[in-house]
Design a binder for this molecule. Structure first.
Ligand SMILES: Cc1cc2nc3c(=O)[nH]c(=O)nc-3n(C[C@H](O)[C@H](O)[C@H](O)COP(=O)(O)OP(=O)(O)OC[C@H]3O[C@@H](n4cnc5c(N)ncnc54)[C@H](O)[C@@H]3O)c2cc1C
Length: 63
């Protein structure tokens, strides 16, 4: 639950930060571009967000 939630929050925050930079945020010249990509991996490795949701729902007895 913690890993799933932290990944979601991390990506929400970083996405908003990149938006502040506008087009520069998309360019490799600024660290936020790398941070954005690094944030995304938290929803993929060590169990994807979707798989975490499957595991959490099973644990909660939700079909
Ligand atoms: C940078 C990086 C480092 C990594 N390091 C490690 C490591 O150290 N050790 C290790 O063991 N692995 C590592 N991995 C592999 C990582 O764990 C897998 O990428 C991850 O488990 C997802 O598997 P997959 O890429 O085959 O995607 P897939 O399993 O093909 O999934 C593709 C998409 O389908 C979704 N999906 C799949 N099945 C379901 C389902 N039943 N219900 C709903 N949605 C589903 C997934 O959530 C995902 O969005 C690493 C990957 C990367 C990119």
């Amino acid at each position: 639950m913690c890993k799933y939630y932290a990944g979601e929050v991390c990506n929400d925050v970083v996405r908003k930060c990149l938006q502040v930079f506008g087009g520069y945020g998309y360019c490799k010249d600024y660290p936020i571009e790398r941070i954005y990509r690094d944030a995304k991996i938290t929803e993929i490795f060590d169990g994807t967000a979707e798989i975490h949701k499957v595991i959490i729902s099973k644990e909660m007895g939700v079909r």
